[in-house]
Design a protein around this ligand. Sequence first.
Ligand code: G6P
Length: 362
Amino acid sequence: DASDIEKGTYPHFMLKEIDEQPFVMRKIIQEYQDDNDQIKLDEDVRQAMADCDRVYIIAAGTSYHAGLIGKEFLEKIAQVPTEVHIASEFSYNMPLLSEKPLFVFISQSGETADLRSVLVETNKLGHPALTITNVPGSTLSRESNYTLHLHAGPEIAVASTKAYTAQMAVLAILAVDTARAKGLTLDFDPLKELAIVGNAMETLCDQKDQLEQVARDYLSTTRNCFFIGRGLDYFVGLEGALKLKEISYIQAEGFAGGELKHGTIALIEDGTPVIALATQDHVNSSIRSNVQEVVTRGANACIISPEDLYREGDAFVIPTVHPLLTPLVSVLPLQIISYYAALHRDCDVDKPRNLAKSVTVE
Ligand code: G6P
């Protein structure tokens, strides 16, 4: 029962849940691994993935951001065409469906009303649904055909942290399993790579003092903040901005690096913090020229890069992991920076104003 969960020595659930992420990775590996070190997955889920011609991911909030990464996994690893939709928009902007759609509902709580109303509709239409959730007995799990469990343990803080990284991990496993079932050859072992991710997370959890200083350097007096990135980093930037908004009330937005020049750069003033993720080799020079553009206009740029792409002057270095799995690692500094930004502003970290952990109204 959630009310029995204790913070222990932690001042806030959010910090505890951030720290739990390495253990959640290990737990997921354990739960999704068979005795021969192969992926263990419900045969029905495997079949549903093999049978569909397109995946429609439906989600809200942080889970939507995990869905954006999930699409990349499913398309790049498993070659399954995938769309990601904001649950509350789906009924108005319903896409033309393929012949054999599979609906994938991503929801920490499994109770979000916006998702449920889509599920009711797709059930009526007779389309198969898979729910990826932290709560197997939840409404979405019960009302869909298949469930994948996140195994993240109860998440109490309103701002989602460990559920987000767990969602991406399970989506990566699902993508790899689907690829294998299709006979595609892969050059990496996802469970081994996730173990490396877990270690990288642990390293980052041990660098809180350094990240608290980053929060002081960039966010202590600001009223706004931008996150930029390209490719996967763009999606992580969206999640970084959401975290910061949710708990520190700093107005924050995530942008694709290439879109800056089409409008947003007008907002850059002297001292505007711009947090840039530069974790992807193939877009590294482009994102760094975006940083130059904002710095020229006075921005206070904070570059986060992995060891192998580090350049002098970058504000924070993260361990290198498999490039596709970088989002699971690069989001940690963003979570921790947001936590300290909120703390320094005396915000109610675990229960931010106007927000609820699970929103059961549309
Ligand atoms: C609420 C929470 C968010 C969460 C969203 C989706 O708005 O405050 O943190 O991301 O719901 O929740 P779900 O349980 O469906 O993942």
